[in-house]
Ligand binder design. Structure first.
Ligand code: FMN
Length: 185
């Protein structure tokens, strides 16, 4: 297996970070991998926001947990509590991929987030794509968070990726070969 295929095969969602800050060179490599992503007609319909201010990350995390705890359906809150009680698992870096509110490009943002995850894994870092990070941006403090994270006007949360040194590692999920159909001559 070549190095690219090994990175793809070994990546897993990390939900337990040490909190150690990322080096500048790792952030640069991850950002460059993100921006190398393909997008429909090369529109690059995103603004990628790299947050390493841990106090701010913790503030957004706490707001997300507060919203989950107040929801009628407690299943997400209980799942997060069973995973340590933090939406962002103590990650030192939250990468928010924002996309145009009028023409959201979920597919493009998803591909970009996978580039981030694979780049992080190739650098020996853990990562997890985090859709739940959208919760605090849609609550009563959402406008304030968007301002502090410098969301461009007319842009909303698309997806996010948490990156950092893994405190505990995991095996990748098993491949389900029933999810493939081959049509042969
Ligand atoms: C679009 C998307 C959103 C996700 N959101 C979350 C999330 O909010 N929190 C979380 O812990 N994992 C999240 N995940 C990670 C998935 O749960 C994970 O990829 C899946 O369970 C398979 O595990 P693996 O990544 O270790 O192979 C998300 C993944 C994707 C692709």
């Amino acid at each position: 297996m070549n190095e690219t295929l090994k990175t793809i095969a070994k990546r897993y969602s990390c939900r337990d970070f040490t909190g150690t800050p990322l080096s500048g060179s790792d952030i640069k490599a991850i950002v460059e991998a993100a921006l190398a992503s393909p997008s429909g007609m090369n529109r690059q319909p995103w603004q990628v926001i790299v947050v390493t201010d841990k106090t701010l990350i913790d503030e957004i995390d706490a707001e997300g947990m507060k919203i989950l705890s107040a929801a009628d359906d407690k299943s997400s809150y209980e799942r997060m509590m069973s995973r340590g009680g933090k939406l962002f698992y103590n990650a030192p870096c939250l990468i928010v991929v924002t996309t145009s509110s009028s023409a959201p490009a979920a597919m493009d943002c998803g591909i970009l987030s996978q580039n981030i995850a694979l780049a992080a894994h190739s650098l020996g870092l853990g990562s997890v794509i985090c859709g739940m990070a959208g919760i605090p941006f849609s609550g009563s403090k959402g406008g304030d968070f968007k301002k502090r994270l410098k969301f461009p006007d007319g842009y909303d949360f698309g997806i996010s990726v948490l990156v950092g040194k893994a405190k505990s590692e995991k095996e990748p999920h098993e491949l389900d070969m029933t999810k493939v159909t081959y049509i042969e001559a």
